[in-house]
Design a protein around this ligand. Sequence first.
Ligand code: NAD
Ligand code: UDP
Ligand code: UDP
Length: 343
Amino acid sequence: ERYRSVGIEGSRGGFVGKIPLGLKRKMKRVVVTGGAGFVGSHLVDRLMERGDSVIVVDNFFTGRKDNVKHHFGNPRFEMIRHDVVEPILLEVDQIYHLACPASPVHYKFNPVKTIKTNVVGTLNMLGLAKRIGARFLLTSTSEVYGDPLQHPQVETYWGNVNPIGVRSCYDEGKRTAETLAMDYHRGANVEVRIARIFNTYGPRMCIDDGRVVSNFVAQALRKEPMTVYGDGKQTRSFQYVSDLVDGLMRLMEGEDVGPFNLGNPGEFTMLELAQVVKETIDPNAKIIFKLNTADDPHKRKPDITKAKEILGWEPAVTLREGLPLMISDFRRRIFGEYEKSGS
Ligand code: NAD
Ligand code: UDP
Ligand code: UDP
């Protein structure tokens, strides 16, 4: 007998394993806000793959139609140009709320807009979830831990965040978004899920979005020196995008509200990251040092015990495995073969 893969194999909630073709899983209607962005578009691919009906809501601030254009013409796919700061009426079963610029360069560009997106935008999506009884997943961030005084960071840690700094529009914005989600959960019985995402990289990142992995890769490919900010001894832990999408879907289908850290515990200094990029792209790549930005967290690494135990999730792709997948995408886009290959 032929079988169709449904849901996420091995996840505790939702569908597990395979069911016979005859017993078709009920198609879900899913909204992905920010679905034309980097993470959102990969999530949309997976939802479309499993047969869901997907509505992308995006204002194209940092997202691109290019990221989802392979779904155009599919009757299960719909794309709405809309800013989540404005109310919207939709009828769906699940809301993945990703709309928000994620790169420091982008979120500092118009900090008041970033706050509005995080607070008013999240409020609107929670109001929508409440009205239609949809399940709501918030993509929060490891930035809620600020410049952490606990290492690695556990979900129970409350963080060390500057409320009046240049990053506050983002990290305080996301902290408020988490508060809103919990208050709608407690006060209005909205089914919420909270993910705290750690630095994620992969194909479709904006080439010049200013984040460290995309910067180093683009610089090394263009034979420009890689710009290390500060002394380069600060650390981050880098997760490949497919691992994140897997975690987000398990969280949505599972029964636990969270918050859950979703990140790869492999921790690197920026100098070590530059070294890996150098080995992977160009052994002659050079490094230059630049002044670091204000309030830059000194270190960051997720404790993922909770996600492992409750969601049965852990990342599978190491930096050395994931980087080449991103590099081939960047190579195509930077050197113009992107359009020709059509991917
Ligand atoms: P991205 O910038 O590629 O995607 C964000 C998307 O949201 C874009 O398509 C953008 O156009 C859209 N958007 C922004 N403001 C909007 C608004 N007001 N209305 C409608 N759409 C809007 O970033 P990403 O890396 O894909 O991040 C997605 C989500 O994950 C964000 O919420 C981000 O905070 C969170 N996150 C990402 C990372 C990471 O490393 N990538 C880490 C932590 C958290
Ligand atoms: N909202 C929305 N779509 C809906 C339902 C609500 O965009 O389908 C918005 C609504 O405009 C409001 C926010 O979500 O600004 C919060 O809605 P809620 O009903 O919780 O609060 P209230 O409208 O009473 O302020
Ligand atoms: N960084 C760097 N060179 C760059 C861009 C960033 O050394 O060209 C550093 C930055 O100072 C920070 C780290 O890399 O310490 C991660 O920065 P990113 O903007 O990617 O993410 P976030 O600060 O949000 O974790």
